[in-house]
Design a protein around this ligand. Structure first.
Ligand code: SF4
Ligand code: SF4
Length: 471
């Protein structure tokens, strides 16, 4: 296995200002009405002023507590994969990253920083270059995994502060190009990969036909916009674009379990770039599309496919962003599978999955959503040799591609170096398969496996259940 080399945070801080101005954004792609709500960079010298106004306007109790609660004990340094891999670089510690926004808060919102700024380290950004450096830290040196949040004795949510900071920068258009482009696609098309309706419907029909052939049962269907079903199924657009097998696997399992289900023609994307960019309006728009689809189709519940941030956004955060009650109850498909296995609605044979398998807890599923036991119960039912990673559950390390980092190519080198600890953790299990219930983690873990030459393959729970099914 390769080892990590020297710290690279200095290079990350120095990434130049690369933002989408209104003109540039127009040449990328004609913006539609929705993407007009995505801020573009204005080179008019007033971004610091706008940033500070938003800092004050968006402040809430949760963020204020994290701003003022830190006693700089340094305990969180041992929880961050960046600071563990680069122990000689103090800039990699969670507290140093959070202090970048904390010193601005102190200068403008805290009385100590207003009266004795030199004493408490308070400092205001001077210009767009300072905001750009803040962008490189908030987006480039943190996967918003919240592992440090769980180790802070003062209850400081550094991951939350990072998201808050990202939101302020996104609102003034100082945002990595990858985040900008995916957010624009999500605003424009209702899904983060810009999948057109024809492609979506054709892929569903293709997977239906494959699943029918495999089961030898022409009554199997992937219904679209069918009213009054037991559940509506919302997926990650990556499933349509890059890995439709997961839809076919789900269709077979749902058919054998005997529940009625549907996918919506509109409102099927369970993911949310608003969670990554800190843009609550985008988060609300996408989550609302899904909630409205479930209401419109009179579904009894909403089932969310295997996506970590999609689960967190749709199951929890979206209701807050959209300011609405849970009209329709929602759950992860892994919870659904666990219930069906427990009730005997699915018959499985674990000897069909003989390779040793370990489980990677997605940060957004385990730490931020508290879902840790159902995936294990399913894996123990369908796999002959299940092995825990250490640490695991809420203590697990990030796949290192979380927080939207997979879409930000400029930070890839430092991300992969910081992944050394993840590679060691996975290798130590001796497993040949690493299972995760997250499409984002699949890509993050595949990057780690490739970069560190590990002899492992990434799989999802649906795939292992499908393999073990007695048909
Ligand atoms: S553990 Fe909490 S209080 Fe201590 S340095 Fe980290 S954020 Fe601050
Ligand atoms: S949220 Fe995760 S990546 Fe970010 S500083 Fe904390 S531990 Fe490090």
């Amino acid at each position: 296995m390769k080892s990590a080399s020297k710290p690279r945070s200095r290079q990350v801080m120095d990434f130049p200002l690369d933002v989408r101005t209104q003109e540039k954004a127009k040449t990328d792609k004609a913006p539609c009405v929705a993407s007009g709500r995505l801020a573009t960079y204005a080179p008019d010298g007033r971004n610091v002023e706008r940033f500070l106004a938003l800092l004050s306007r968006r402040m809430n109790r949760h963020i204020a507590v994290s701003m003022i609660g830190c006693v700089h004990c340094g305990l969180c340094a041992d929880s961050c994969h960046y600071s563990l891999v680069f122990p000689d670089d103090p800039q990699m510690t969670p507290v140093a990253k959070a202090d970048r926004i904390r010193k601005i808060f102190k200068r403008h919102s805290d009385w100590t920083g207003r009266i004795v700024p030199w004493w408490v380290g308070a400092k205001s950004p001077a210009d767009d270059a300072d905001l750009n450096e803040l962008k490189n830290v908030a987006f480039g040196l943190c996967s918003a995994c919240r592992r440090c949040t769980f180790s802070c004795p003062m209850g400081v949510d550094t991951g939350g502060l990072v998201r808050f900071t990202r939101g302020l920068l996104t609102a003034v258009g100082i945002v990595p190009e990858g985040i900008f482009n995916v957010s624009r696609d999500q605003w424009d098309t209702g899904n983060q990969m810009g999948v057109q309706e024809d492609d979506y419907l054709e892929t569903l029909a293709w997977m239906r036909d494959e699943a029918r052939t495999e089961l030898g049962d022409d009554s199997l269907d992937i219904p679209v916009d069918k009213e009054g079903c037991d559940f509506l199924y919302a997926i990650n657009p990556r499933e349509i674009k890059f890995d439709p097998r997961s839809i076919g696997q789900a269709a077979k399992i749902f058919h054998l379990a005997g529940e009625s289900w549907t996918m919506p023609r509109w409102g099927w994307d369970n993911t949310s770039f608003g969670l990554f960019s800190g843009d609550d309006a985008l988060g609300a728009y996408i989550a609302n599309n899904v909630y409205e689809a479930a209401v419109r189709l009179k579904a009894k519940r909403l089932v969310i496919s295997e996506c970590g941030h999609g689960f967190r956004a749709t199951r929890w955060e979206g209701y807050g962003w959209a300011r609405r009650d849970q009209d329709v109850p929602s759950e992860s498909v892994v919870v659904t599978l666990e219930r069906w296995l427990r009730e005997g609605r699915l018959k499985v044979d674990k000897s069909r999955n003989m390779l040793p398998v370990t489980f990677h807890d997605s940060c957004n599923v385990a730490r931020s959503s508290g879902l840790t036991e159902e995936p294990r119960r399913v894996l123990k039912r369908v796999c002959a040799d299940f092995r825990e990673m250490t640490p695991n559950r809420t203590e697990n390390y990030c796949c290192t591609g979380g927080g939207g980092l997979l879409s930000m190519a400029e930070y890839r080198p430092v991300r992969l170096e910081a992944a050394a600890i993840k590679a060691r953790q996975m290798e130590a299990t001796g497993a040949k398969l690493v299972c995760t219930m997250c499409h984002n983690c699949i890509d993050g873990l595949n990057d780690v496996i490739k970069h560190y030459n590990l002899d492992m393959k990434v799989v999802q729970i649906l795939e292992l259940v499908d393999t073990a099914l007695i048909r």
